[in-house]
Design a protein around this ligand. Structure first.
Ligand SMILES: Cc1cc2nc3c(=O)[nH]c(=O)nc-3n(C[C@H](O)[C@H](O)[C@H](O)COP(=O)(O)O)c2cc1C
Length: 519
């Protein structure tokens, strides 16, 4: 033994490298059968796997041009990062976009824009931009709610996001007057930092479930009673990235904390089925909405990605017939994000936002129901010009998920499903999330929302309006083809949105149902 150690000690440094490579080659050829490439090309085969693993970063940093990447290109990400840090978010020298490209949108500016009167609330607060409609007003819910911000945090649960990320977002919405949608994972302590909350549940009924996995109205009622920050309830029918796809929360991932928040047992796999147990058809869905609204006093809405329209038609007909229905409808686009989804779903199931929303809105418009509903849009809408398009089409409020993640440091590594998020945003690793400075990131989310609202107001004023709810389909032009180059939204989608009753932003400031901490 001593002589072996002596021989090893006498070896030069390069001999160790050779020895290591020889052992690696031996292992590649004789000890592993999982990888053909490393078996056939020992040692160098590893390079392929390594290069493949760092490929996305290489392309993102060095190869891709400013407008090339998806889901969000460098210019879009840069605008969010700069806005969140209150840095210079302008671009110099003019646009680098091909403004004749298919689907490019233009906001039509007025000859002379809207001028703020001296006593206008935006003179004092250039970020004040609440929703023009009150959620739950039509259905006379006991506690109607006017979101104090037109941009809000979309459904993302504690579980898919880290505790530090959820906490940063909740402080951030508190600071910016927005609301925070809980996502499917229940109401965690990190959602209780003072921001307005929209409680969201899906087929797993996390946080409001019976031991056998059904929906518990009693638990829902108690949750709302204990948590006055909950301002509305959203029933998830589907989301754009994976409509109709259930999920499994592996027992191994269920910590004591998650078990308590979600009302599930520790150590046992938990299934989120593909469909709901609490209702099987549209009349039962309507019934559920009414019982939750009745029991809690809160506005209740539904979230869905749009594909076939027949059941939506049935819902609209029933709403007309009964005078009841959801207080809000969140329409998610097929381009929407997720913590994890099979590519076949993410890429192909459900329509992109503009197609889905326009067909759905038209359906409610034809039945004279649009005034009763607050329409919420999500699907890469967290940019002022895209928001202008969405408002022109009939949206009243925007929800953002990935844009909110980016504002607190997400670098679009696209590995949310691996628990290895390098930015600590979409991971449960204590080490990775310890890099998140919660007070700083809260400020960033708040600042992104404020910068968004300020720029959105500026675009609105340029178009001659005081509030974006005044945008019409004729105010936005979209490139449709080469010969008939562009057309307004009204001609492209074949409807004109219902005018939203609007008096003044000053009036909204004094509204008793206004969320946030304005009063
Ligand atoms: C990490 C992550 C988790 C999500 N979790 C949920 C969820 O629990 N329920 C849901 O309806 N949508 C969920 N979504 C979808 C978003 O709420 C949103 O509808 C979609 O990402 C589109 O918005 P965006 O383009 O601004 O990201 C999630 C998205 C992400 C990125």
């Amino acid at each position: 033994m001593e002589s072996v150690l002596q021989t090893l000690g006498a070896l030069p440094w390069w001999a160790y490298i050779l020895l290591f490579l020889a052992l690696l080659a031996f292992r590649d050829i004789f000890l592993q059968r999982a990888h053909t490439i490393t078996h056939n090309f020992p040692i160098v085969g590893h390079l392929r796997y390594w290069l493949e693993s760092i490929g996305p970063e290489m392309r993102q940093y060095f190869v891709a041009n400013n407008r090339e990447e998806l889901p969000f290109n460098r210019i879009e990400r840069g605008w969010i990062y700069a806005s969140a840090k209150k840095e210079n978010n302008y671009e110099g020298f003019g646009t680098d976009r091909d403004i004749y490209a298919h689907q490019h949108i233009f906001v039509k500016n007025a000859m002379i824009g809207y001028q703020l009167p001296s006593n206008h609330i935006n003179q004092k607060d250039p970020y004040f931009l609440p929703c023009a409609k009150v959620i739950g007003a039509y259905n006379k819910r006991k506690k109607p709610f006017r979101p104090a911000s037109v941009i809000n945090v979309s459904a993302m649960s504690f579980g898919s996001l880290s505790a530090a990320a959820v906490e940063s977002m909740n402080h951030g919405v508190r600071l910016s007057g927005a609301y925070h949608n809980t996502g499917e994972g229940g109401l965690s302590p990190y959602h209780k930092k003072g921001g307005d909350v929209v409680f969201h549940f899906g087929t797993g009924y996390f946080g409001v479930r019976t031991p056998d996995g059904n929906f518990s109205l009693e638990k829902m009622k108690q949750l709302v009673e204990k948590n006055p920050s909950i301002k509305a309830i959203e029933i998830k029918l589907s989301q754009g990235a994976k409509p109709g796809k259930g999920g499994v929360l592996p027992g191994a991932k269920i910590t004591k904390e998650i078990a308590e928040i979600r009302h599930v047992e520790m150590g046992k796999d938990v299934l989120s089925p593909a469909t709901h147990k609490a209702f099987r058809n549209i009349p039962e869905l309507l019934q559920l909405i009414e019982s939750i609204a009745e029991a809690t006093g809160l506005p209740v809405g539904i979230k869905g990605a749009i594909g076939k329209l027949d059941q939506w038609q049935e819902l609209a007909d029933l709403m007309k017939e009964t005078g009841k229905g959801p207080d809000f409808i969140t329409v998610d686009g097929g381009e929407g994000g997720t913590g994890a989804a099979p590519p076949s779903f993410a890429d192909h199931v459900s329509l992109p936002w503009t197609y889905g929303f326009s067909s759905l809105y038209r359906l409610f418009l034809e039945r004279g129901l649009t005034e009763r509903i607050v329409f919420i849009g999500s699907g890469k809408l967290g940019f002022p010009a895209k928001a202008a398009m969405a408002f022109a089409m009939g949206v009243d409020v925007i929800n953002v998920a990935r844009e909110a993640m980016m504002s607190i440091g997400c670098i679009q590594a696209q590995i949310c499903h691996t628990n290895r998020c390098p930015a600590g945003v979409a991971t449960q690793s204590k080490w990775l999330q310890s890099g998140i400075n919660v007070p700083l990131k809260s400020e960033r989310l708040a600042q992104y929302f404020k910068s968004f609202r300020k720029e959105f107001l500026e675009i609105t004023h340029a178009a001659g309006y005081e509030h974006p709810c005044q945008f019409t389909m004729e105010d936005i032009q979209v490139n449709v083809d080469d010969d008939y180059l562009s057309s307004d939204l009204k001609s492209v989608y074949g409807y004109q949105k219902t005018a939203v009753p609007f008096t003044s932003l000053n009036e909204f400031y004094n509204c008793i149902h206004l969320g946030g901490k304005y009063q």
